[in-house]
Write a protein that binds this ligand. Structure first.
Ligand code: HEM
Length: 222
């Protein structure tokens, strides 16, 4: 993502904002790789916003433009369950992990000038919680009538949104099973999310040359 064309892939739209913020830290600590800095930033952000501790270890080596992945390997919010499976199964994730990872949409929002979609998923977009799952199940979601891409809005306040890909988690029977578990049990979601995102952050990190010590946790043991 440091280079074109990967930085320009549609699914990365808007991430230049985050990369710009991280650049200041990279200048201050130039010895850390971009890959490690960005994942460590993610781990810290999740913790700071009240989420679970995520085991993290360094080792991601920065690549070059010539090693960019082809476009189309990242999920597309306009699509549904089959597409999510195509994208995430290739990386070795299960249905349960797809649902657990999607819960990150408790945070933040969609931007018209980035993805084209618009609005937040929850009422508390800077707090990590299982609200995304609860709202998916308990709200009535209707198609928003507007001139933008197809997305859903909550019938009650019309201020929240779901992408077609988010909504597929309650349309698909097997995905829905996990949405129901996580909507009821935030601790269970924290535990599963922590494991799945740790796996995601380590994909492609070379681990055969050396054996790192036990994964460590920011701030140490509780
Ligand atoms: C399941 C497939 C996924 C799809 C289709 C998807 C799609 C999207 C889209 C379209 C946006 C809006 C971007 C914008 O307009 O600014 C977004 C934002 C976001 N996504 Fe995802 N995403 C997926 C998975 C994930 C995962 C696995 C995570 C993290 C574990 C994640 C974390 C976020 C966050 C935190 C935002 C908000 C960014 C902001 O507030 O600027 N998403 N996602």
């Amino acid at each position: 993502m440091r280079f074109e064309p990967e930085s320009l892939h549609g699914a990365n739209a808007g991430l230049q904002v985050a990369r710009g913020i991280m650049e200041g830290i990279k200048q201050e600590f130039p010895w850390i790789s971009y890959g490690d800095l960005w994942t460590l930033g993610g781990v810290c952000a999740i913790q700071e916003m009240g989420g679970p501790k995520i085991p993290w270890r360094p080792g991601r080596i920065d690549g070059f433009a010539s090693q960019a992945t082809p476009d189309g390997r990242l999920p597309d919010g306009a699509q549904g369950a089959q597409h999510l499976r195509n994208i995430f199964y290739r990386m070795g994730f299960s249905d349960q992990e797809i649902v657990a990872l999607s819960g990150a949409h408790a945070l933040g929002r969609c931007h018209r000038d980035r993805s084209g979609f618009d609005g937040p998923w929850t009422f508390s977009p800077v707090t990590v919680s299982n609200e995304y799952f609860r709202l998916l199940l308990e709200e009535k979601w209707v198609w928003r009538k507007w001139d933008g891409p197809k997305q859903l809005q909550d019938k009650t306040t019309k201020t929240l949104m779901m992408l077609p890909s988010d909504y597929s988690l309650v349309e698909d029977k097997n995905f829905k099973k996990y949405v129901q578990v996580y909507a009821k049990d935030q601790d269970k979601w924290f535990e599963d999310f922590s494991k799945a995102i740790s796996t995601l952050f380590e994909l492609g990190v070379p681990r055969t040359q050396f054996v790192a010590s036990e994964p460590w946790v920011m701030g140490g043991e509780e």
